[in-house]
Design a binder for this molecule. Structure first.
Ligand code: C2E
Ligand code: CA
Ligand code: CA
Ligand code: CA
Length: 281
């Protein structure tokens, strides 16, 4: 029994070492990803309820020649721990703004570009200046940019910490709370935040129309939409995968939809083809 126990411990440490080796390797690969042009932005379309194209959320992709496609869930936490998210996030913002500025020129209607912001970028002193510079350099209208932050980044912050958000709102940039409903935000706090949009977390979309009324999120979603509208906020539902979910969200008064039912994240050329197709309709 003793021997078996020993083996088990040995096995366990080997696995741990492998995990940390993999992390270290991943981190050093990530360090080179920017220089080697391995990062790419994908664009997932967002639609108004009447089917018109509203814009796109920019999503990072990492294509490593040997590792293949590394999902953001795997490399973004690593990029945050190593602070590499600062140069990566800046690159992502500039890349997406530059792309959207070109698309605005060919789109008959203005489109919104949603970009995810890491807590480290947000906490970085010159973040709002960095965003303003990206807009100025790429020529994208600030009104067309929507920055996505999570609840934990903006809740319980001193007014002083929110100054960058106020400054960006002043130039017209939109601010969304991402994954709304998963944190523990005090609802009364919402009206004090300089925000324009709530992105309803996909878990609520998934739980719509559950057979069991106890677990259905219908009443929560209805309440969130009513609250958001009373605060003049736009509601975007994420993770829309079925017609049933779309119909329910329409019934509940949701403003915009994003999800695999309507469109997956696409590389720039494919999104451009979609844009051209939508323009001719
Ligand atoms: P997120 O911001 O909540 O982005 C939405 C995620 O849901 C995306 O995953 C998207 O592909 C996925 N999704 C969209 N529609 C559906 C659907 O109908 N069903 C399901 N099951 N999933 C759907 P992705 O691209 O893997 O990104 C994962 C997370 O990585 C993002 O979650 C975001 O937190 C982070 N991320 C992605 N790009 C960036 C970036 O440029 N900067 C930062 N800081 N984080 C990013
Ligand atoms: Ca997001
Ligand atoms: Ca989200
Ligand atoms: Ca999420």
């Amino acid at each position: 029994a003793k021997e078996r126990g020993g083996n088990r411990i040995e096995c366990f440490t080997t696995t741990l070492n492998e995990v940390s080796l993999e992390r270290q390797e991943l981190e050093s690969c990530l360090r080179e990803a920017l220089q080697n042009d391995e990062l790419q932005m994908y664009y997932q379309p967002q639609f108004f309820m009447d089917g018109r194209l509203a814009g796109a959320e920019a999503l990072l992709r990492w294509n490593h020649p040997l590792l293949g496609t590394v999902p953001p869930m795997k490399f973004i936490p690593l990029a945050e721990e190593s602070r590499l998210i600062l140069p990566i996030g800046e690159w992502a913002l500039r890349e997406a703004c530059g792309q959207m500025a070109k698309w605005q020129a060919i789109s008959p209607t203005p489109l919104l570009l949603a970009v995810n912001v890491s807590v480290l970028q947000f906490a970085n002193g010159d973040w709002d200046a960095c965003v303003a510079k990206a807009l100025a350099d790429t020529g994208l209208d600030p009104k067309c940019l929507e920055l996505e932050l999570t609840e934990s980044m903006v809740m319980r912050q001193d007014h002083e910490d929110l100054v960058p958000l106020h400054r960006l709102r002043e130039i017209g940039t939109r601010i969304a709370i991402d994954d709304f409903g998963t944190g523990y935000s005090s609802l009364s706090y919402l009206q004090r935040l300089p925000i324009t949009t709530l992105k309803l977390d996909q878990s609520f979309t998934a739980a719509l129309q559950s057979e069991d009324p106890q677990t259905s999120s219908e009443n929560i979603v209805r309440a969130v939409i009513q609250l958001a509208h009373s605060l003049h906020l736009t509601v975007v539902a994420e993770g829309v995968e079925t017609e049933g979910q779309r119909d329910m969200l329409e019934l509940l008064g949701c403003d915009c939809l994003q999800g695999f039912l309507l469109g997956r994240p696409l590389p720039a050329d494919a999104f451009e083809a979609l844009l051209e197709f939508m323009s001719t309709k």
